[in-house]
Design a protein around this ligand. Sequence first.
Ligand SMILES: C[S@@+](CC[C@H](N)C(=O)[O-])C[C@H]1O[C@@H](n2cnc3c(N)ncnc32)[C@H](O)[C@@H]1O
Length: 348
Amino acid sequence: MNAVDYCEGYTDEIYTKMRDDQARTEAYRKVIEKYCEGKVVVDIGTGSLALLAIMAAKGQKKKGGKKKRLQPFDSDLKKKKAKAAKVIAMEVNKQAFVSASEVIRQNNLSEKISLYQGYSNELEWPQNEKKSDIIVHEIIGEIASCEGVYYAVEDALNRFLTDSAFGRNKVVSIPYRVQTYLTVVEFPDVEYWQSLPSKFIMPAQELKSINLWNFPFRHFLCVPPAQRLGNEGDTVANGEPLFAKWEDIAFEKPIVLCDELNDFTFEITKTEGVLSGLLTFINVFVDKENTAPELNNHPLHNNTAWPNKLILFKDKISVKKGDVVVVSAKSMLNSKQPSYQFYVQKRV
Ligand SMILES: C[S@@+](CC[C@H](N)C(=O)[O-])C[C@H]1O[C@@H](n2cnc3c(N)ncnc32)[C@H](O)[C@@H]1O
């Protein structure tokens, strides 16, 4: 499936769920308010609610001004500071484009936000518009790069931004940086699938990958023992699954591409198990000034509604405590359809 087909899969229900993911929406709102005032903003993948475009375009509520109807994402309109000079919003999903035009019209923002239908890499910058100062986007997948964010943002940095957008301490992309981590896991048992609200019996295992929430702790294969933190007498940390950093993409020009073959070594800690795939989680650094990610979906302490991705291997491998497993991962991101190859080897 290419990225455009993938985008056509978004439904109103999904856009609403994303809007209602408080952590995600509020983190973006805060940073958009901080950096978009007075700017020409390009929103790549605005979705059916034009959520980020509207955040950027709406101004602070003026005293005595005309009362506007509040939208669910406008709960603290009074505190808003961001008022972009202009927003160029792009959306490839045809249905979402139609809905977004209507939402923009209902918000009386048709002059402030110009909406274009198409995949950003294939759209020309509108001739009558000034080039942009900053990109906002949320085209981040459960493998951070899997919705084509590298390809789209790299192109947008080159073609849509004005030269003066770049420079020391300038912010050209919200979010600023994304990371993907991975670890080795078993395929969840029947008990897990039956515990889900959707009452799965169990998915067909010829799937190549699946998105899921609340991955059960018992199926992590590499959980190094609890470690004593710092000095004698300090708290003993719980043993946590070992995740290796795989992708780390900072959206600045040029984006450093992580397309080399990376090797990750895991020592199995479970007495006996069946290695079936890799589980990923992502970190999203929305604000360039923050050293810690505002958003993450680590399976044990996530703060968003983002699911985790379970990437399934074609063949399963029996493993036992002490075995060493080497996972090699290769990413091909410079196209509309990012693709990945994984090689797994058990060292004996
Ligand atoms: C995860 S949704 C986010 C929607 C909205 N920005 C939000 O934050 O709620 C991603 C949206 O971007 C669109 N999209 C992804 N890549 C795109 C691209 N390169 N050009 C235009 N639209 C894109 C998808 O169709 C989808 O509507």
